[in-house]
Structures are given as structure tokens and as C-alpha cells.
Write a new protein. Structure first.
Length: 365
């Protein structure tokens, strides 16, 4: 976690230094300009200008100053809990540490606990589920690295939990790494029921479901989406992001899976500067990998994939979408074989591991 610690008083600067010495991660110190500052502390003259420049550059911001100052200075930058950094406020006496913004998804509640423990302060957490000591679905999503869908229903689910309604957690045992999710949830005190138990709708009021599948549900629910799909795309020059988006959405619907579970998109190196494709993966906020002809051809040979002579004559290899999908998935399981759309072809394979997280050639948008 990359953290900025910002102070405005001499006393606050000393506390910030103590925090930096006791926190893990990349820590940067900022302090109001004055004489005799330490060399590793970046000075600033105007707090508003500083926040303008760094607000979205860090995972967490710890302000050692009055909460009112912080509320005013961050207000213009607050957008969405999915993207805002964790914001923690601490008084310069080190008595209280307050989780101010992005408590769950941004990790501010956890950062507050860590900051408070580092200097013996009292953590102040005000999110309703935490106050009630309830397992919030968004905390579970963060811990297990799952997406939330539909995100707009999260508030209603958390409210139902706080109101005392029966909120049950379910898991699709067919997804990859189901055992790991069950273990991780158990560490948080959450029991994951088999998704087949959803049929017993009289036993719960609200459902939280870990699956990549789209289900028909009449009760209030949200999905926690694992990244299980690798999408391979071959497209003509000039294909727009809208056309690619529409094809991805249709392809996922054909196999009954959510586009929120797409883990990686792959294509040929010939398309690594294709504007529409790059824009589409940027909107999806997922990594993209471009494969060489040698890489694609090896999969075509091993998996005995059908090749297009026209495409082979154009770029030197006759199957882009299926080969790219299988390379991204690191598996042999095609969920959707080559499917033809106007201006592009698309295939989907089942992902077995998140190998791309350690690949330096992956483009992360």
C-alpha cells in the first residue's frame, strides 16, 4: 500500500515520522514548509494545491490535523468509493485516528486500526456494519479480491444486514479456487453455503453470492465476482470500442457468465495499437496481453484449432481469438469457441490461475 502522511504543525510532523517508522509499504511524508525540516519530508506551502496533486496518486492518505480541514480540502476530489483512496485523520497529539473516507473498499478502516496501533491512539470507525460487528460483503470482496455486481445494490444489502434481516452468503463450488474463498471467508467469520441452497428462499431475506454465473433471483442480492474468464479477440482495423463491448456482452450472455468476471483479454501483437481494442479493455479495467505468432501457433498446433486461411495470409497465423483465450486462461477449457461478430471474432476460456499479475509484459489499464 502506498501511503502519504501529511502534517501542518511541528508536533504533527514528529507524529507523522513515528507513523512512517511503524507502517509497512511505500510511505511519503509531506509537511507545511518551515525551517529545519528533515530532508526526507517534502515541504508544501498550500494544502489544497498539494491535495490537488496527490489525492489519486496514493492508496491511502493520513492527515495529521483537524478533521474539518481535511473534509474541506478533499471534498472536490471525492468521486466514488470504488476509486477514492483511503483517508484517515489523526490529531497531532496522537489520541484519535478516524476513518474518514473509503472505509471498506479503500481500506480506510483497516488503515485506521493500523495507524492507531502504531502510536497507541484510539481508532474511530463509524461504518454501520463495523459498529454492529457484522461481516460486510464489500469487506469480504476486498479480502478475497472479488468484484461487486450490481454495485448500486451494495448499500441496500448492507442496510438490510444492519436492520437485522437474514443475509446469507453462498458460493458456487464449481468456480476455480472455491476452497480458498471458503477458507478466506471463514477467517472473517463468514460461512459460505452451497449455491444449491439458494432454492431454500424461505431461510434468508438477502443473498450474497460468489459466482461468475448470472442467476435468476427475485430476492435482494448481490454477486461477488471472481475473475474466471479469459477473452480472446481478433478484430479488423478500425473496430470501435463500442462494437467490441457489444460483442463481449453478448458472448458472456451466451455462456451465462458475467462480464465482471473477465480476468484478461488477449489478441495478436498485430493489434497492440488498435485504438478500439485498447479503449475497450481500459473501460473494463482489466489487463490485456498481446501474443506473438509463435505463441499463437503453438497453441493452434497443440489444441488442433481450426485456422482461417484468409487470416493466416493477412497476419501469418490463422486463429487469433481461440488461441489468445487459451493462452490467457492457461487452460484447455474453451467455454465459448470462436464466435463471429461484425468486424471481430471472439472466444472465451476458463481461467485457472492469475499468472499475469507477475508478467511484466502485461498492459494494465
Amino acid at each position: 500500500m502506498r501511503i502519504a502522511i501529511i502534517s501542518v504543525t511541528t508536533k504533527g510532523e514528529a507524529l507523522a515520522r513515528t507513523l512512517a517508522e511503524n507502517l509497512e509499504g511505500k510511505i511519503d511524508l509531506y509537511a507545511k514548509s518551515r525551517g529545519g525540516m528533515d530532508a526526507d519530508t517534502a515541504p508544501f506551502d498550500n494544502l489544497g494545491v498539494l491535495v490537488d496533486n496527490i489525492f489519486h496518486e496514493y492508496d491511502g492518505l493520513v492527515f495529521v490535523m483537524a478533521a474539518g480541514i481535511v473534509v474541506r480540502v478533499i471534498a472536490p476530489h471525492v468521486r466514488d468509493k470504488r476509486y477514492d483512496p483511503a483517508v484517515v485523520v489523526m490529531d497531532d497529539a496522537g489520541i484519535h485516528a478516524i476513518s474518514l473516507l473509503s472505509g471498506h473498499l479503500g481500506g480506510a478502516n483497516e488503515l485506521t486500526e493500523t495507524v492507531a496501533a502504531a502510536v497507541g491512539a484510539r481508532p474511530v470507525i463509524t461504518t454501520a456494519t463495523d459498529v454492529a460487528n457484522l461481516p460486510a460483503p464489500d469487506i469480504l470482496a476486498v479480502k478475497l479480491d472479488l468484484g461487486i455486481e450490481p454495485f448500486e445494490d451494495l448499500k441496500a444489502v448492507n442496510a438490510a444486514m444492519v436492520a437485522g434481516q437474514r443475509v446469507a452468503f453462498f458460493i458456487d463450488h464449481q468456480i476455480a479456487h472455491a476452497a480458498r474463498y471458503i477458507e478466506g471467508a471463514a477467517e472473517m467469520g463468514v460461512e459460505l453455503l452451497d449455491m444449491n441452497e439458494l432454492k431454500n428462499s424461505d431461510r434468508y431475506d438477502v443473498a450474497v453470492i460468489i459466482t461468475d454465473k448470472d442467476l435468476f433471483m427475485t430476492q435482494l442480492h448481490i454477486y461477488l465476482r471472481p475473475t474466471t474468464l479469459s477473452v480472446g479477440i481478433g478484430c479488423r482495423k478500425g473496430t470501435t470500442s463500442g462494437e467490441i463491448w457489444a460483442a463481449i456482452d453478448d458472448a458472456c450472455r451466451r455462456i451465462g457468465r458475467s462480464s465482471k468476471s473477465i480476468a484478461i483479454v488477449g489478441s495478436t501483437v498485430v493489434k497492440q495499437e488498435e485504438i478500439g481494442l485498447l479503449a475497450a479493455v481500459q473501460q473494463l479495467e482489466i489487463p490485456v496481453k498481446f501474443y506473438t505468432n509463435e505463441q499463437l501457433q503453438e497453441v493452434i498446433h497443440v489444441q488442433r484449432l481450426e485456422e482461417s486461411e484468409f487470416v493466416k495470409n493477412e497476419i501469418g497465423v490463422g486463429n487469433v481469438c481461440e488461441a489468445s483465450a487459451l493462452l490467457g486462461a492457461r487452460s484447455c477449457n474453451l467455454l465459448l469457441p470462436k464466435t463471429v461478430y461484425p468486424k471481430l471474432t471472439l472466444a472465451i476460456a476458463e481461467v485457472k490461475s492469475r499468472w499475469w499479475e507477475s508478467d511484466p509484459d502485461i498492459q494494465l489499464d
